[in-house]
Design a protein. Structure first.
Length: 544
């Protein structure tokens, strides 16, 4: 089932979409929510697109079964998406300018229902969700249970609004509970935060920036984690470096414009060997761009962030499970190798809602500590420096200047070469370790390879059902898993790269590492691929 619920900002359509998802989730179905909203606090047009499936489908279709309209805009903007068996469910007071047959419109007197219950205008969304629940075959007892669990204010009045609305409509569908338990629902941001917590996260610093802000909001409610909002992104990265220097596992979050201000800190992390973990969620640029919409346009920027000869550990999850797993790995890797690690999300992955499975098996990996004495040298060793935190007998000297093994600034040619090579050896060691882990996923076999990354995963998996193609998803982007990618491409005749940017940035990365990309399927209007759109474009490309 595909459901759109929409209204103006401030009318509660996002909360209503989450309630609908949790209702179906309670019946054992798998759910996914795509969020679409403008950069306004009130007004405009916001909507949630809820996908309900039996086995899991993290993508949206062009045609939907229900459009639930809190305002006229929603009805007029989405009426053409309603399929032949679908309905528009809307406020009886809305102007009817939809050109839909009367039998496809279910009118609910939302204002009358709210007034009858003595509620407030915001409760119109509760009435709409309740009416839809009856229409979709959801039992009253289940609806009441979910509302009591999820609503935090005016619960009794909301339940009364829901009861009245439920009684005013007729059931149109039957719904049977599926076997199996519900799975928890989390956004990609929340899943990334959970993975970091599993890996021992203690501090999280951020200046709020869409679409990464959800990480800050989630972690601020976790007991035992210190969250801090300083005055700028420059302050964020420097505070994080200071925090990690003292031994606290620290992560920061931002989007492209904020990360631009952090890049000198990324360089400082590399030369000072202070662990730095960044959740970098892409949105449409350049500059402010379209700040609440989708893009994968910062890949090359992230891979080249920080000046000088340095590398980073960069991962790109494609759903909530991978966001949890790979963020945990980024935290552990940053602390094991004392390097910057970047979790590359995008707006869709960050803010959409997924069922989180049980595949996130991250645990905190303990780090080796040096002996605390007066002979301690921060930058000793062949590759990974011995760790010690200030407060004991050893002097823990770090610097952004090139240095000797004690941390004393140097311009000596031999010492400069030695330290450069020492840092680079860490990455060779990391590359060897990554050979034992899943850096590239393969989903199906075929003569044509379709390579996708990030949140395009859901649409790619759905759009290619029944096609004779090979699906490949790189998870680790730096150090690039060249051998694993070459193995994945054995036997393929053509390579197609799918991404939501205008220049084919992943295609450029692949070509930089010797992979010839034959075709690119790009989308850059700020919206994700729908299943039908991507299927059509893949079919056209295969026919060429």
């Amino acid at each position: 089932m595909q459901i759109i619920i929409g209204g103006a900002a401030g009318e509660g359509s996002k909360k209503a979409g989450l309630l609908i998802a949790k209702l179906f989730n309670s019946y054992g179905f798998r759910v996914f929510i795509h969020e679409d909203y403008g950069s306004v606090i009130k007004g405009g047009h916001n909507f949630s697109h809820v996908t309900v499936s039996e086995e899991g489908k993290d993508a949206i279709n062009e045609k939907v079964d229900f459009v639930l309209a809190l305002n006229s805009d929603t009805a007029t903007k989405h009426k053409d998406k309603i399929n032949d068996e679908g309905f528009l469910v809307c406020d009886a007071d809305l102007p009817q300018e939809t050109d839909l047959p009367e039998e496809k419109i279910i009118k609910i007197p939302l204002n009358i229902i709210v007034d009858e219950a003595g509620g407030i205008p915001l409760m119109r969304n509760t009435a709409l969700v309740s009416a839809f629940s009856k229409i979709a075959g959801i039992e009253w007892e289940k609806l009441e249970e979910v509302l009591k669990k999820e609503l935090k204010k005016e619960v009794a009045k909301n339940i009364e609004v829901a009861r009245i609305a439920y009684e005013k409509v007729e059931k149109k569908r039957d719904l049977e509970k599926r076997e199996g338990d519900p799975l928890p629902l989390f956004s990609g941001n929340q899943a990334a935060a959970i993975g970091a917590l599993y890996a021992g996260l203690e501090n999280y610093f951020a200046y709020p920036m869409t679409p990464s802000t959800g990480v800050l909001g989630f972690l601020s409610g976790v007991e035992g984690v210190r969250t801090f909002q300083p005055e700028s992104e420059i302050a964020v990265v420097n505070a994080a470096l200071g925090s990690a220097y003292t031994g606290k596992r620290t992560m920061i979050g931002t989007s492209g414009g904020g990360f631009a201000l952090m890049t000198e800190g990324v360089s400082f992390s590399a030369i000072s060997e202070i662990p730095l973990v960044v959740v970098m969620s892409q949105r449409m640029g350049p500059a402010t761009g379209v700040p609440t919409y989708q893009a994968q346009g910062d890949l090359l920027f992230v891979l080249n962030s920080g000046h000088g000869d340095m590398e980073r550990f960069v991962v790109a999850p494609g759903d909530a499970d991978e966001a949890c797993q790979l963020t945990g790995r980024a935290v552990n890797t940053a602390w094991k190798y004392q390097i910057p690690a970047i979790v590359l999300l995008d707006k869709e992955l960050s803010e959409n809602t997924y069922n989180l499975g049980e595949s996130c098996d991250v645990k905190k990996e303990e780090i080796d500590m040096a002996e605390d004495n007066e002979e301690y040298n921060r930058y000793e060793g062949e590759d990974i420096s011995p760790f010690l935190f200030p407060g004991g007998e050893g002097v823990v000297k770090v610097t952004g200047y090139e240095h000797d093994k004690k941390g004393i600034a140097t311009e000596n040619a031999e010492e400069i070469v030695a330290m450069n090579e020492k840092r680079l050896r860490k990455y060779e060691k990391l590359k060897e370790e990554l050979k034992e882990t899943e850096t590239v996923k393969i989903y199906k076999e075929g003569p044509v390879a379709i390579i996708f990354w990030g949140s395009t995963k859901g649409a790619a998996l759905e759009a290619t059902k029944g096609m004779d193609v090979k699906l490949i998803q790189p998870l680790v982007i730096q150090p690039f898993p060249k051998e694993r990618m070459e193995e994945a491409l054995i036997g393929t005749e053509k390579v197609i790269c799918v991404e939501t940017n205008a220049t084919g940035q992943m295609a450029k990365v692949l070509e930089m590492h010797g992979v010839k990309v034959d075709e690119k399927i790009l989308k850059y209007d700020g919206r994700p691929f729908t299943v039908e759109e991507l299927r059509k474009r893949i079919e056209l490309t295969l026919d060429q």
